[in-house]
Design a protein around this ligand. Structure first.
Ligand code: SAM
Length: 227
């Protein structure tokens, strides 16, 4: 993602700015500003860190893994903490081919969280696990579909059960174009799980022409829900 961000700077930067604005709006709606938790923080490029670290007592950024640049950026702020965790709480079971719906790890929200953000993460959650299970455990299409839906729904349930301000930034539709600019495919990246209504949305040119081996372009319709 870092490499593609450098190559496609203008197309990606406007998406990152819009994500930052959405998080800023969610923060404005918080009655108290003790802790904000951002799931799917990744590169941190789509997070208004300066502003959040001034507004909140504590900023907790969660992802499976943080690379060196993200660690360097976070280290600038004394109240910004990185937490490496699986927010689906299912990956170690799925890795072993176990599809049980039981959560096996205990990642949980810090106490005193006033704002919970899911950042370009919801539709990504099932992708690698499903591919892994299909490749190594012969997961069939029907079971893959069920698992994909269940992982996204469980993530939504996590947001729904949270009592403070919730912000979901996620792909709502994916479009693929050929070299002549004709639409050749489109699909719902949320596996038909119904996401909350959007308050803002934009198009993100994730893969401009020339970036993919197939010489196709991908545009994601990204939507924001704050509730
Ligand atoms: C599309 S990226 C967005 C990252 C970041 N917001 C950015 O644009 O740089 C999705 C992020 O979700 C993280 N992720 C995927 N599955 C996860 C899980 N089960 N728990 C925590 N993070 C996860 C990935 O590591 C990745 O950084």
């Amino acid at each position: 993602m870092e490499a593609r961000h450098k190559r496609c700077f203008s197309q990606w930067q406007s998406h990152y700015q819009k994500c930052q604005q959405a998080i800023f709006k969610a923060a404005e709606q918080c009655l108290q500003k003790r802790t904000i938790v951002i799931m799917g923080a990744g590169s941190l490029n789509d997070i208004p860190l300066d502003s959040l670290s001034q507004q909140f007592q504590t900023v907790v950024l969660v992802d499976l893994v943080f690379l060196k640049q993200a660690r360097k950026t976070a280290a600038i702020y004394p109240n910004v903490f990185l937490e490496e965790a699986d927010v689906s709480c299912r990956l170690s079971m799925l890795f072993k081919g176990e599809l049980s719906l039981e959560n096996e790890t205990s990642w949980s929200l810090p106490n005193e969280t006033d704002c919970l953000v899911s950042l370009n993460l919801a539709t990504q959650l099932p992708l690698i696990p499903v591919r892994w299970l299909m490749q190594y455990y012969d997961l069939d299409e029907t079971a893959a579909d069920e698992l994909g839906k269940a992982m996204i729904q469980a993530h939504l349930d996590l947001l729904e059960s949270f009592q403070g301000t919730r912000c979901l930034i996620a792909d709502r539709q994916v479009f693929e174009y050929n070299v002549s600019g004709e639409l050749i495919d489109q699909f719902d990246p949320a596996w038909e799980v119904v996401l909350p209504d959007v308050t803002d949305s934009w198009e993100w040119q994730v893969i401009p022409l020339g970036e993919s081996k197939q010489n196709t372009a991908q545009v994601n319709q990204v939507g924001v829900s704050i509730w």
